[in-house]
Design a protein around this ligand. Structure first.
Ligand SMILES: Nc1ncnc2c1ncn2[C@@H]1O[C@H](COP(=O)(O)OP(=O)(O)O)[C@@H](O)[C@H]1O
Ligand SMILES: N[C@@H](CC(=O)OP(=O)(O)O)C(=O)O
Length: 499
């Protein structure tokens, strides 16, 4: 679907550039607006980008800091009869005061806090918190943060207006807590944004939330503001979707785990989706889909180093053109605390339908699988930490096979040039074998950009650093996952690691 009415007249906002403004989405997550100081920093960043680069933004914002986690915790406490929003109230009222925002903004935020508290009182009385009610209570985080940022921007001359996403027409479908945006709403969203731009207004849009077909609040799953940003990008046809973080773009690994991680300048949509799905926290797993379908480039930027070019995420042809050489590995990521299920059935030797039986049980238990390895009489598959098989499902599998659960595993994934996977796998296994790190599963082939291995949790950090050093040449840190390189886990080869 391509938007028809992309461009409206340049609004009253003073634009330094003579050419028509570049329409961009600027998404800021919770860590970018964790307190009053960071809200003020983001407001200055938006205003300076408008003035210096002539951009006309729609801003997508998440709840301040860990407000979503706090509201979820408040919901769980309300189930036990305790209603307490003091931490949430303090953060927002102190921010209002520190930012010296108008009384009207304070009144709006206090009203939202009262509504949240009333809902929690209700949960406390009925001792029930349905997925629908949980979505409604968590939505208050984004609704408050948008009002705080919009008022802060207005104070510095940017005519910002807070927009609950449903007021722009963002309509969801699917389950509460894990909805997606219905593409049928894109034309209405495009018109709403055009109208705001033509009125010279900068929309500050709640990420993560929307209304379902019945007008009930629903959320897009944790981290869903990235998806809101790419949906707006696709619906209106923005020139770029910017995802602002506290790091210099998508990195070659999680910088909190691999201190030598480096920014990646160019990533394809497919690589970004695989990295996000297999643990790279930097983007929501399905947020690349709307951008890919509409051909809208995504750029991951650092709000603390805005002059850094960050990471450009775009279609394969564009990225290949921009890359000087095709890297063997673009980036490495990991998903911790997964469970591997080994299902072995000698009785099914030669008989068809073994795999179908196993996956039928999983489907009825509504669990999704990340990594699979099969043989004629066995299948191994991984479930991430939020999922587990019901006793009934385990019993049913045990009727046709021996079932073994192996907890505390990690999936380590390498995203890169799938056509050179043999070379990639050879290097990975060489460095891991040199250190007696055991690979329990490997999966390659389904995706042309991803190879995944399974190791034990307590060796994942070392594996990540070893492999990262292998492909990106950075020295090993003194310790990996609590293991000092000089005093490695029993049996590890110190000389090879040191080398
Ligand atoms: N491959 C990666 N590239 C960049 N950042 C990563 C990666 N993997 C994990 N991270 C971590 O994700 C953090 C940003 O995610 P998050 O804190 O959720 O940001 P936000 O709140 O803005 O959405 C970074 O600070 C970084 O430590
Ligand atoms: N606040 C929601 C939505 C979101 O996307 O947040 P963040 O941008 O901080 O990941 C959450 O915590 O899931």
């Amino acid at each position: 679907w391509r938007p028809t009415s992309r461009r409206m007249a340049a609004p009253r906002i003073v634009m330094s550039a003579l050419s028509p403004p570049r329409h961009v989405v600027m998404k800021f997550g919770g860590s970018s607006v964790a307190n009053a100081e960071r809200v003020s920093h983001v407001a200055e960043l938006i205003a300076s980008q408008m003035a210096e680069e002539g951009t006309l933004p729609a801003v997508v914002l998440s709840a301040m800091g860990k407000t979503t986690n706090c509201i979820i915790a408040a919901g769980e406490r309300a189930l036990e009869g305790r209603v307490d929003v003091s931490e949430i109230r303090s953060l927002h009222l102190e921010s209002l005061a520190a930012l010296e925002l108008p009384i009207s903004t304070g009144a709006e935020v206090r009203g939202l806090l009262r509504d949240l508290e009333s809902l929690l009182d209700g949960v406390s009385m009925v001792r029930e918190l349905t997925p629908r009610t949980k979505d409604l209570i968590v939505s208050f985080g984004e609704r408050m943060s948008c009002r705080v940022l919009a008022a802060t921007l207005s104070k510095i001359g940017v005519p910002a207006v807070p927009c609950d996403a449903w007021t722009l027409g963002v309509r969801t479908k699917g389950m509460f807590g894990d909805s997606v945006v219905d593409e049928a709403c894109y034309p209405e969203v495009a018109r709403s944004i055009s109208d705001l731009f033509s009125q010279g207004q900068v929309p500050i849009v709640t990420g993560f939330i929307g209304h379902d077909a019945d007008g009930r609040v629903a959320t897009l799953g944790r981290g869903g503001s990235d998806l809101t940003a790419t949906v707006l990008g696709a619906a209106f046809g923005f020139d770029e979707v910017q995802v602002w973080k506290d790091v210099d773009g998508m990195m070659t690994a999680d910088p909190r785990v691999v201190r030598a991680a480096l920014p990646v300048p160019f990533v394809t949509y497919e690589e970004a989706a695989e990295l996000a799905y297999f643990g790279a926290q930097v983007l929501h797993p399905i947020s690349m889909q709307p951008a890919l379908r509409a051909g809208v480039p995504v750029r991951v930027k650092n709000s603390y180093n805005p002059t850094h070019c960050g990471t450009l995420i775009a279609e394969e042809a564009t990225i290949k053109e921009r890359r000087s050489v095709a890297p063997l590995v673009t980036a490495i990521t990991s998903k911790r605390h997964v469970t591997v299920i080994d299902v072995v059935s000698l009785r099914m030797l030669g008989s068809h339908g073994f795999l179908a039986r196993v996956f039928d049980v999983l489907a009825r238990d509504r669990v999704s699988v990340d990594v699979v390895a099969t043989s004629e009489v066995s299948v191994s598959l991984s479930l991430d930490e939020e999922q587990s098989l019901s006793p009934a499902a385990l019993e049913e599998l045990s009727e046709i096979a021996q079932v073994e659960l192996k907890h505390d595993r990690s999936i380590v994934s390498f995203v890169g040039d799938g056509s050179r996977s043999t070379e990639l796998i050879a290097q990975v296994f060489a460095v891991l074998a040199a250190n007696d790190l055991r690979v329990e599963m490997i999966s390659q082939g389904a995706s042309k950009v991803n190879v995944a291995i399974v190791v034990q949790d307590d060796q994942a950090e070392l594996a990540l650093n070893l492999i990262h050093g292998c492909f990106f040449g950075a020295p090993l840190p003194a310790t990996c996952g609590g293991l000092a390189v000089g005093e490695l886990a029993p049996g590890l080869n110190a000389s090879a690691v040191a080398a």
